[in-house]
Design a protein around this ligand. Structure first.
Ligand code: ADP
Length: 479
């Protein structure tokens, strides 16, 4: 059953109950008060008959002015209940008096007795009272009136109330149906739009609603907020997918270049007649260098793919001092120029994966050495910052152009000055991925022509001393 029908039935049901209760109470009250009024009037009339002039049980004289009312019947009885006389309009009919009434009147204490009797012409209200002479009861006076008018009025009231209730209920049902439909229309619209959004996957669409800020307004606002979130999430996934596609395309391209060079070189070596030995040696050296580059590229791609798939680093306490010394030594073995120094004024223990952090350091040191001229200087320093610590790798090299700064952590991005070198453009991207996996962070400050500082920061191992913080070094011009 639809909410619309349920609401309409509920409201109509409540209205029916209210109207029925109201009608019943009204009818009962009107019937009771009208009867009481009739009773009082009849008792008054009986009193007037008794008190006017000289009243005799044998001669019925109706009060002045009331004679014209043929609807008032009068009758007298003696104390044994025997009828003595009755008014002419009774036409021989005897006004009844129950034995109960007779007993009550003759034995006291009642002086008046009311009875309703049914006759062929409808109900009759009979009032009986004792008549006294010198303080002694001598007989009974009975006055009666037909209740036909009252019954007719009550029957009419009953009819009006019934018809009124039925008509009001039917009207209320239809009005309620229309109103419920009107107030539920926005919900139908929301359902329709939500369905369309789901089918078309168009999360940029919003539910337009210019009604008041009531429950439906709140629903629309919440729905639109949810759509905004969905749109953001969808776009994020879309960007990630695009980045992944670009990455695969770039990786294929990067791998194809050395392979093409290799094929060219191999074809040269296969030539008939063979090339002079000297040239063959030079080509073989090229082939070896190219293979070396490919091995490095594939290794780096593998590292990135693993990081993308969700690296699970083995986090443990890592002493920064020895780690940075080892890394600088290793980096200098690979690239003996320029001079690299290590400054460890305070040793700190961070929470990291030793191997991954070592890899990051090698990338930063290798870059620093790579992009710094022979007379320059590279320095690795242990730094401590509120709750975190790490290593700053400072060089007095070529620095980074602010225009390319936002891109240096992108995959396969290489600055102009680096293009001719042997880099793959993956180093910083790998460093960033590895640090993120360890809940660390990488920052860079650089000035073209002056040098750069790459700082990696990781959470400090709680047991190690912290707080005696030393700020990361500021950029200084090469001496
Ligand atoms: P690459 O293999 O080219 O070094 P990276 O991802 O390691 O790739 O670095 C991206 C780019 O950032 C480099 O091509 C270079 O332009 C710039 N860069 C990185 N480190 C430094 C540095 N220490 N000094 C100057 N430029 C740097």
């Amino acid at each position: 059953m639809s909410i619309r029908l349920r609401l309409t039935l509920l409201y109509s049901g409540i209205l029916v109950c209210t109207l029925v209760i109201f009608s019943v109470v009204l009818y009962v009250l009107v019937a009771r008060f009208s009867l009481q009024w009739q009773e009082r009037a009849l008792a008054e009339e009986a009193a007037q008959i008794v008190t006017q002039g000289e009243f005799r049980l044998t001669v019925i004289r109706t009060p002045q002015g009331k004679v014209a009312i043929p609807q008032t019947f009068v009758q007298t009885r003696d104390l044994s209940g025997q009828v003595i006389s009755r008014s002419i309009n009774l036409n021989g009919y005897e006004l009844p008096l129950s034995s109960q009434g007779l007993t009550a009147l003759t034995n006291g204490p009642a002086t008046g007795w009311l009875e309703i009797v049914r006759t062929d012409n409808g109900r009759l209200l009979v009032y009986s009272r004792t008549v006294t002479a010198n303080g002694q009861p001598v007989g009974i006076l009975q006055v009666a009136r037909p209740l036909a008018d009252l019954d007719q009025a009550l029957a009419m009231l009953r009819r009006y109330l019934t018809v009124g209730t039925v008509v009001s209920t039917i009207t209320a049902f239809f009005v309620g149906w229309v109103l419920a439909g009107a107030s539920l229309r926005p919900i139908n619209r929301i359902t329709q739009i939500a369905r369309e959004i789901g089918q078309a996957r168009d999360f940029s669409r919003r539910v337009d609603y210019d009604g008041p800020n009531d429950e439906i307004g709140a629903l629309v606002t919440t729905l639109n907020e949810m759509l905004t979130e969905l749109q953001a999430a969808y776009q994020q996934v879309e960007h990630a997918l695009q980045a992944q596609r670009r990455f695969v395309a770039d990786a294929s391209h990067e791998l194809r270049t050395p392979l093409t060079t290799l094929r060219g070189n191999v074809e040269l070596l296969q030539r008939e007649p063979p090339l002079p030995l000297e040239e063959q040696r030079a080509i073989l050296a090229d082939v070896a260098a190219e293979i070396e580059r490919m091995i490095r590229l594939v290794r780096e791609l593998l590292t990135l793919a693993r990081a993308d798939a969700g690296l699970r680093p083995r986090l443990e306490p890592v002493q920064l001092g020895s780690l940075v010394e080892d890394a600088v030594r290793q980096a200098q073995l690979l690239r003996p120029r320029p001079v690299a120094r290590v400054r460890v004024e305070r040793d700190v223990v961070v929470r990291a994966d030793r191997d991954l952090l070592y890899q990051v350091l090698l990338i930063l040191l290798d870059n620093a050495l790579k992009y710094t001229p022979e007379d320059g200087m590279v320095e690795a320093t242990v730094v401590v910052e509120q709750g975190r610590a790490g290593i700053a790798v400072r060089d007095t090299g070529i620095g980074i152009d602010p225009a390319i700064m936002p891109h240096i952590f992108e995959r396969f991005f290489r600055g102009d000055s680096a293009r001719s070198g042997e880099g793959t453009g993956l180093g910083l991207a790998i460093a960033k991925s590895l640090l993120e996996a360890m809940r660390g962070e990488i920052r860079v400050v650089s000035r073209p022509g002056e040098g750069s500082i790459f700082t990696v920061l990781l959470p400090v191992e709680p047991a190690s001393a912290e707080g005696e913080a030393r700020a990361a070094p500021s950029l200084v011009s090469p001496a």
